[in-house]
Design a protein around this ligand. Structure first.
Ligand code: SAH
Ligand code: SF4
Length: 340
């Protein structure tokens, strides 16, 4: 919701400040999905608001639920007709996490990623980002459930849209609006050093995830073009700086691609790189199952993944295999392509 527009509208119509508070409370805390539901307002004002403003800046084209009801994906149509996707997952009983998109498409073109294959269309504004959260809050309200965490792991590279992403983070932690704790938020990047530093300075308590996926420049550059400008050395320096500024744990994401980055040598290269960063107690590796999508890549087998993990454990690195949710609805990480 565009809170500035709401404030302006109420001021123009001679409404007192407490009305803004009332409406903010109803929308962000209580999760009402229309002004008509805010019973503390007069009928006339409710009708005026319904006519002039929208609670969500997009229309909902489609919602898909997985059979186990642990994940859902929504296809959203923005006011200019572009489509984006957002996902709700329940990694633990009674705990819900939203995965938000920050751009329509992505300019970085990682070869294994459906979003990357679409190319870049445009940045989302802060309202379009936080409305994805608002949308799921409204849905969860009908089940009496609450949202616990928000991850910027949908479509797009958040650090290439920092102005709007940082505004959205500010709104999410604002106690007058969503009021989430900064530690419930995570931003994932394919490795933009300037962005990593900005986030550490402006939001030292927001979690950082880094999509590493390879332990050598040669392999990383072949599949992730961003590595040709910002290589592993640049990532190492950015993470060192990050630790100086925030001293928080960083999650290194490693998607297991059969025959591409899952051999013993790949595990050795990864261990070597991770050790070269230092501060091992602050680095955690997540091995992620590759979700099959419209690319030539295939997921590694369970055995390979386990062997890979065991080698990293032997090297005294902190590592887990992360299970993926939402694959059957094409709603897992890297499967979002905004197609109807
Ligand atoms: N652009 C940011 C944010 C998107 S996060 C980034 O890349 O970090 C999406 C995550 O899913 C990234 O770690 C990405 O590398 C990973 N990913 C992409 N395609 C995937 C796929 N098909 N299966 C599993 N993970 C994938
Ligand atoms: Fe963009 Fe991230 Fe996909 Fe790479 S993995 S193309 S950076 S969204």
């Amino acid at each position: 919701m565009n809170i500035k527009k709401l404030e302006h509208f109420l001021a123009e119509n001679g409404q007192l400040k407490f009305r803004v508070r009332q409406i903010r409370q109803a929308i962000y805390q209580e999760g009402v999905s229309s002004f008509a539901e805010i019973s503390t307002l007069s009928k006339e004002l409710r009708e005026q608001l319904e006519k002039e403003l929208k609670v969500l800046s997009f229309d909902v084209e489609k919602i898909l639920f997985s059979k186990d009801k642990k994940s859902a994906k929504a296809l959203l149509k923005l006011s200019d007709g572009n489509l984006i996707e957002t996902v709700l997952i329940s990694p633990l009983e009674d705990s819900w996490s939203v995965c938000v998109s920050s751009q329509v498409g992505c300019p970085l073109g990682c070869e294994f990623c459906s979003t990357g294959k679409m190319g870049f269309i445009r940045n989302l504004n802060a309202e379009e980002i936080t409305d994805q959260v608002l949308f799921w809050i409204q849905k969860l309200k009908t089940k009496n459930q609450k949202l616990s965490t928000i991850v910027y792991m949908g479509m797009g590279e958040p650090f290439l849209n920092w102005e709007e992403v940082s505004r959205s983070l500010r709104d999410l932690v604002d106690p007058k609006l969503f009021g989430f704790g900064a530690r419930s938020l995570s931003v994932s990047t394919a490795g933009i050093p300037a962005g990593i530093e900005k986030m550490a300075r402006e939001f030292p308590q927001v979690n950082l995830a880094l999509s590493l996926h390879f332990g050598t420049d040669e392999k990383r550059s072949a599949v992730m073009p961003i590595n040709r400008q910002n290589n592993l050395e640049a990532i190492r320096e950015a993470l060192k700086k990050y630790f100086e500024l925030s001293n928080r744990k960083v999650f290194l994401e490693y998607v297991m691609l059969a025959g591409i980055n899952d051999s013993q040598k790949d595990a050795e290269d990864l261990a070597k790189f991770v050790k070269s960063i230092g501060k091992l107690q602050l680095l955690h590796i997540n091995l992620i199952r590759y979700n099959s999508t419209d690319t030539k890549f295939q997921p590694s087998s369970k055995e390979h993944t386990l062997q890979f993990k065991n080698y990293l454990l032997d090297q005294n690195l902190s590592v887990t295999i992360r299970k993926s949710l939402g694959e059957e609805i094409q709603g897992a990480c890297g499967q979002l392509a905004g197609k109807a």
